[in-house]
Design a protein around this ligand. Structure first.
Ligand code: F0G
Length: 461
């Protein structure tokens, strides 16, 4: 039955109750949180779509594996199991565990990047950009132009613009570009995949120029799934084979395992160069831990080794990506404008089409996410002017981002389709209220990363 409703490919052995709340309670909590959903307590949220990072559910095999964790300081069996799995998937001989993705960025960039350097990527995630800028270097986004148009249906909107990459190398020269990266899938650009052809071409350009190529592979399994679905000639290959080809094209990679590692915490750097590996282990000892545990406990390395394998299961991936697409389709059917195509880990509501008359200075995406919380206790995350608008200290002008998005991020294996049916209902109810929504203003915010702590008030108050 190809057209039957796709069901969750797992049974639920343990449940975590959700505290149900009333509209009046949520209105009070929202005001107490100064209209910033990061300030809510998690118990005040019914469906939490803030992030897919570390929020997924582990399997029975992962929990069982945790009991087998070897907590030895040096030479733990759990490390060798994890190393073997990472070697099998990536084909890279060297691997160090770290506590999460940004720790990998800190260590890798600390060794490779100098002040004034330039680092290209399709689109850097915000911690990646911040870690590059913390070295006094420039983090540049060379994603294809189609990515900035929320309605363009390009199948690989995460692709890097190869002509711009060539020009970029001509402009700055190999000596100022210590590495180039590709983020799969492109989280900041809507969870959009990168094609195998694009990664191959990028690798060729970098090889010719002598620039090391690293992959930010937090969601590589979802990216490989999209390649199998969408890229001509890839349908007959397994996701594991496709993933392996992606890694074969690179010199190294780093992973926030809180996504496609199917664990709550963890990450790693994998690479081919023995000399760089030696230097990494020295910094690892300083900032994370001894090389056979880095930033992880033995039991978390066991859970990750198992999770990496489970995330490549094609029945799981079909359901996982299908669940996200299904939510996107439901929103479209109800007229709620979304970014298309739907990404691998999230549905992004297009705030500019949802509230076309509200200026970006009034934070329309933040307004929408507050309304969805108020109406239904659904927590989403603003990826728009709160996060990315930049004030120019000289002219006093503000530059606003091209896209004003609300990300409904779907944790892995955590919510059933009926939870997401409810989310679609709440998004539709918020959309029905759109003419009554008024803008927000910031009453207090720090200079950097203001999205986490800013306070807001309604403009009509
Ligand atoms: N790279 C990508 C593509 C990411 O999406 C993230 C985190 C990181 C690196 C950093 O990894 O959180 O383990 O330190 N993304 C999360 C999100 C936080 O909500 O999108 P981390």
């Amino acid at each position: 039955m190809d057209n039957a409703v796709p069901f969750e490919p797992f049974r639920i052995k343990m449940v975590e109750p959700i505290r149900l709340s009333s509209l009046a309670e949520r209105e009070g909590w929202l005001a107490e949180a100064d209209y910033n959903l990061f300030r809510l307590r998690a118990e005040q949220v019914m469906i939490d779509l803030l992030t897919d990072s570390g929020t997924g559910a582990m399997s029975n095999a992962q929990w069982a594996g945790m009991m087998m964790g070897d907590e030895s300081y040096a030479g733990a069996r759990s490390f060798f199991r994890l190393q073997e799995v990472v070697q099998q998937i990536t084909g890279m001989p060297y691997m160090v565990p770290v506590h999460q993705g940004r720790a990998a960025e800190h260590i890798l960039f600390g060794l490779l990047i100098n002040e004034g350097d330039h680092v290209p990527n399709n689109q850097h995630f915000d911690t990646t950009e911040a870690n590059i800028e913390a070295r006094g270097a420039h983090a540049d986004n060379l994603v294809i132009a189609e990515a900035r148009d929320a309605q363009n249906l390009h199948p690989f909107k995460g692709n890097i613009d190869l002509d711009r990459l060539r020009e970029y190398i001509d402009t700055y020269g190999r000596e100022c570009i210590p590495l180039a990266c590709i983020t799969v899938t492109n989280n900041s650009g809507g969870g959009q995949p990168v094609s195998l052809a694009n990664i191959r071409a990028m690798a060729g350009i970098l090889k010719e120029a002598g620039i090391p190529f690293f992959i930010d592979c937090a969601r590589y399994a979802e990216n490989a799934w999209f390649i199998k679905q969408r890229e001509p000639g890839q349908q007959h290959r397994s996701v594991r084979e496709i993933a392996r080809e992606i890694f074969d094209l690179a010199d190294g990679c780093w992973m926030s395992s809180k996504k496609d590692g199917l664990v709550n915490i963890g990450g790693f750097i994998a690479l081919r160069d023995p000399a760089l590996y030696q230097r990494i282990t020295q910094l690892l000892v300083l900032y994370e831990g001894f090389p056979t545990y880095g930033g992880m406990a033995g039991y978390s390395m066991e859970a990750l080794a198992q999770g990496l394998d489970e995330a490549l299961d094609e029945n799981y991936l079909a359901w996982r990506v299908g669940q996200v697409v299904r939510l996107g389709e439901q929103l479209k059917q109800r007229g709620v404008p979304i970014l298309e195509p739907v990404g691998g880990h999230a549905v992004y509501i297009d705030g500019r089409r949802f509230l076309p008359d509200m200026p970006q200075a009034q934070f329309p995406a933040q307004v929408i996410s507050c309304e969805m919380y108020r109406l239904g206790g659904v927590r989403s995350v603003e990826i728009g002017s709160v996060m990315f608008a930049k004030d120019n200290p000289v002219t006093g002008d503000t530059a606003y981002p091209a896209l004003e998005l609300v990300r409904l991020t779907i944790p892995r294996r955590l919510y059933t389709n009926s939870h997401l049916d409810y989310v679609a209902d709440i998004a539709a109810a918020a959309f029905a209220n759109r003419d009554r929504l008024c803008g927000l203003r910031i009453t207090e915010a720090p200079a950097a990363l203001r999205q986490f702590t800013a306070r807001f008030a309604w403009l009509d108050n």
